[in-house]
Design a protein around this ligand. Structure first.
Ligand code: ATP
Length: 359
């Protein structure tokens, strides 16, 4: 295998019916996953849901009990890790302590028998891309955590993989550096056009960096979509809840409208008739009488204000509908809301989303 064999346009990855068991534990449970060519997907989910195991299968470090994995319609399961067109960056970079930065980065090319002059040129290019200029002669112990991850990233990208797998690569870095590093990864993805799968348990990070997020739970995909979809129009309640606080109002859909159980909340919806749950984020709610358009203003509801907390950038208002359903609103600081009184809150229809089925 040569680097040329591993390079080329971005790849389409298909995982079908993947199962991985460790004794009695089913780590991955009939998982399906599609990565479009050149896409940037974040894989999210609670600890132990199977994220790392799934990446391990793609990278060739873990053999599945069942299922298929194809890159551009060719199975990769029979190929050893080094022959897959895949680059992997782990939480803890495994650098060779006795090699300097440049030699660590060039390692894969050297193993593939690439001439020294070409290795030097490609390493120099990659050192620049990951912003490690001047650090080539250093040893790993002379690097910061962020610099070490840049070396790991450069090494993974040097052989121009068609799929880049990142397993919580920045979780040990401090918050500001994390933001800088994910911006770097996103830029490298855009420049090199590599299909990217990024494992994280940080929702904000996922939504910030990815085009698409996939939510795993107990080895299965339980939700996903674009960041905007999972936030505003989630396909499942599990997804809605995972991406931050959300109001849930039970009711029914009839004649193209959702009606809450108590009949006070009504919004137009394309969801089929039957039981339904309206989901709306606290920050989407507005105080009636404010600067809202005529359609939204018609969509307001009487609530009892229970509690008001100052949260720095906004007020957190805990309120309740007539039937006791809790409603939380994030309102601008200074909004005239007083605990123990009632007020009217607007539910802008374009921020409301109705899911079919019982709560
Ligand atoms: P985290 O966010 O904590 O890294 P994860 O979503 O990456 O978790 P995995 O590491 O894929 O989860 O683990 C999935 C399940 O498989 C867990 O229950 C874990 O304990 C189990 N597991 C993973 N690797 C092994 C192994 N080598 N032997 C036995 N069980 C394992």
């Amino acid at each position: 295998d040569t680097p040329e064999a591993a390079s080329g346009p971005a790849a389409r990855v298909r995982v079908r019916d993947l199962v991985v068991r460790f004794g009695a534990t089913t780590a991955v449970d009939h998982l399906d996953l599609d990565l479009e060519p050149g896409s940037f997907t974040a894989l999210l989910g609670p600890s132990g849901c199977g994220k790392s195991t799934t990446l391990g299968v793609l990278a060739g470090l873990q053999h599945p009990d069942a299922g298929t994995v194809t890159v551009d319609d060719r199975s990769v399961l029979e190929s050893p890790p080094e022959q897959r067109p895949v680059g992997l960056v782990l939480q803890k970079p495994l650098l060779f302590p006795h090699l300097d930065v440049a030699r660590n980065i060039g390692f894969g090319l050297r193993m593939a028998g690439v001439p020294r002059s070409r290795e030097r040129a490609e390493v120099a290019d990659m050192v620049q891309r990951v912003r490690l200029e001047g650090l080539g002669p250093r040893r790993p112990h002379e690097l910061s955590g962020g610099q070490e991850q840049r070396v790991a990233l450069a090494r993974a990208l040097l052989r121009r993989p068609r799929v880049l797998l990142l397993d919580e690569p920045f979780s040990q870095l401090d918050p500001e550096l994390r933001v800088e590093m994910r911006t770097l990864v996103r830029r490298l993805h855009d420049e090199l056009g590599v299909t990217t799968l990024f494992v994280t348990h940080d929702r904000e990070e996922a939504v910030d960096v990815a085009d698409r997020v996939v939510l795993l739970d107990r080895g299965r995909v339980v939700g996903g979509g674009t960041p905007e979809e999972v936030y505003t129009r989630p396909a499942t309640l599990a997804t809605a809840r995972y991406f931050g606080p959300v109001n849930e109002i039970a009711g029914r859909v009839a004649d193209g409208r959702f009606w809450s159980v108590d009949g006070t909340v009504s919004v137009p919806t394309g969801t089929p008739a039957g039981p339904g749950v309206l989901v709306v984020r606290p920050e989407s709610l507005q105080l009636a009488g404010g600067a809202v358009g005529p359609v939204a203003a018609a969509n307001d509801v009487q609530v009892a204000v229970k509690e008001v907390r100052f949260a720095g950038t906004h007020l957190v208002v805990e309120a309740a509908l007539a039937d006791g359903t809790a409603l939380r609103a994030h309102l601008p600081v200074g909004s005239p809301v007083v605990p123990g009184t009632s007020t009217r809150l607007v539910l802008p229809p374009d921020r409301c989303h109705v899911l079919g089925g019982e709560r």
